[in-house]
Write a protein that binds this ligand. Structure first.
Ligand code: ZN
Ligand code: ZN
Length: 411
């Protein structure tokens, strides 16, 4: 097995508020073998002296849509899956070059893309997929315009849709089981109205409690969990009390329901970057007028939700949820979150906490013996300046995934 020894690193540690200078990391194959504050004695095929540069675990984004290759679902509707997949290659490459070595897809991506990355056909992050997101009729995953239209088949209204429509407990069970059959790592449901859909104001709740519980039961039967799109305290409470594990966006969370989340151990996955980007660029990029009008309902409340969750003790993960061309703003999330979190807390959310969400504690989001060797080298100290994570990885001279450099300007 190939071995690499990294010397003189300033190591990020989720349990220490400052970087740990003088650290050494020995990598064997795709895993980290040893992490030490004193010189590692083992010999290695390659030795790299970082000269005090920062070393972070690979970053994790827990809410992306790699198949959202264009803004405006109407445009996606007219594309065959082959073109969407071809275009997703650029999006995946952009993500890993920003230091995101793992991402969780929140709807749209199938196991083919995950396999293409694992088999080396595509360059990209490790993928945890939801398959198609489950939505009720008229919900956030129902993209039909609000006129009489056929219900269509239960498989969604067009092949490249990010979601599928199901109503009633039997259909929800079948849809959840079908996504698990097709290799979903987790199940995604739409539990409230949304911005990028035509018929559902953000303060609507979606799915009956029985339907949400059915999705949770099917996910748990397959040893996984449900992630739910939800904005208001009312929608979040219904989801969390029905067993949903992660709340996506959560912008209109209130203090009382933040306490409910903490009691249930539910995670908040804020996605502040997408609302900023939609506000600035959504209209020009083809977002519908109905959707643009809804951005204001949620945009400025996202950071308050992070504060409420933090205060209540509900764990805060890290997402971005950007669509199409706006995906280049993925790293803005770090800067936006820093209004409510320290830089250290922000990085913990994008590493250790997100690894917990993925049920990969100790394997991802940490530089420790036994963990996968996903590493990012940063010029300077990101705990002092989160700007070092911006600009498409410009200040990241090296990025490693599974023991292999995907970028290395150090040697
Ligand atoms: Zn959503
Ligand atoms: Zn999303």
């Amino acid at each position: 097995m190939t071995t690499t020894l990294i010397k003189n690193a300033a190591l990020f540690d989720a349990d220490t508020p400052e970087l740990r200078g003088g650290s050494e990391v020995l990598i064997e194959g795709d895993r980290i073998k040893e992490v030490s504050d004193t010189p590692v004695t083992a010999s290695a095929d390659t030795v790299i002296d970082l000269g005090g540069k920062a070393l972070l675990p690979g970053l994790i984004d827990a809410h992306v849509h790699v198949n959202s290759v264009v803004v405006g679902f109407a445009s996606l509707e007219n594309m065959p899956q082959s073109l969407v997949t071809a275009k997703s290659q650029g999006i995946l490459r952009g993500m890993i070059m920003r230091g995101f070595t793992t991402v969780r897809d929140a709807g749209g991506c199938d196991w083919g893309t995950r396999a293409a990355i694992e088999q080396g056909d595509f360059l990209g992050p490790r993928l945890f997929i939801a398959g198609k997101a489950l939505s009720q009729t008229g919900g956030h995953g129902d993209q039909r315009s609000p006129v009489d239209m056929p219900y269509g088949c239960a498989c969604g209204f067009f092949p490249t849709a990010l979601g599928r429509v199901c109503d009633g407990v039997p259909e929800v069970r079948r849809a959840a089981r079908d996504e698990i059959r097709k290799g979903a790592d987790q199940i995604k449901i739409m539990a409230s109205g949304g911005v990028a859909s035509p018929s559902d104001p953000v303060d609507f709740t979606q799915f009956s409690l029985e339907e949400i519980r059915a999705a949770v039961e099917e996910a748990e039967a397959a040893n996984t969990y449900v992630m739910a799109h939800a904005y208001t305290g009312r929608a979040i409470r219904r989801a969390v009390e029905s067993g949903v594990r992660t709340i996506e966006h959560g912008n209109l969370l209130d203090e009382e329901v933040a306490g409910v989340m903490a009691d249930h151990g539910a995670f908040l996955v804020p996605t502040l970057a997408t609302y900023e980007a939609l506000g600035k660029e959504g209209e020009a990029l083809g977002m519908s007028p109905e959707s643009c009008a809804k951005i204001e309902d949620v945009r400025d409340f996202g950071i308050r939700a992070v504060e409420y969750a933090k205060r209540a003790g509900a764990p805060v993960g890290h997402g971005s949820d950007l669509l199409g061309e706006m995906q280049r703003h993925q790293s803005r999330e770090f800067l936006l979150k820093s209004e409510a979190m320290t830089a250290h807390e922000t990085l913990v959310s994008a590493t250790k906490t997100n690894a917990t969400i993925l049920n990969r504690d100790g394997e991802l989001g940490v530089v420790a013996p036994g963990a996968l060797a996903d590493l990012v080298v940063v010029n300077g100290d990101p705990l002092q300046d989160l700007g070092l994570l911006q600009d498409q990885g410009a200040y990241m001279p090296a990025i490693m995934k599974g023991g292999v450099f995907v970028k290395n300007e150090l040697i």
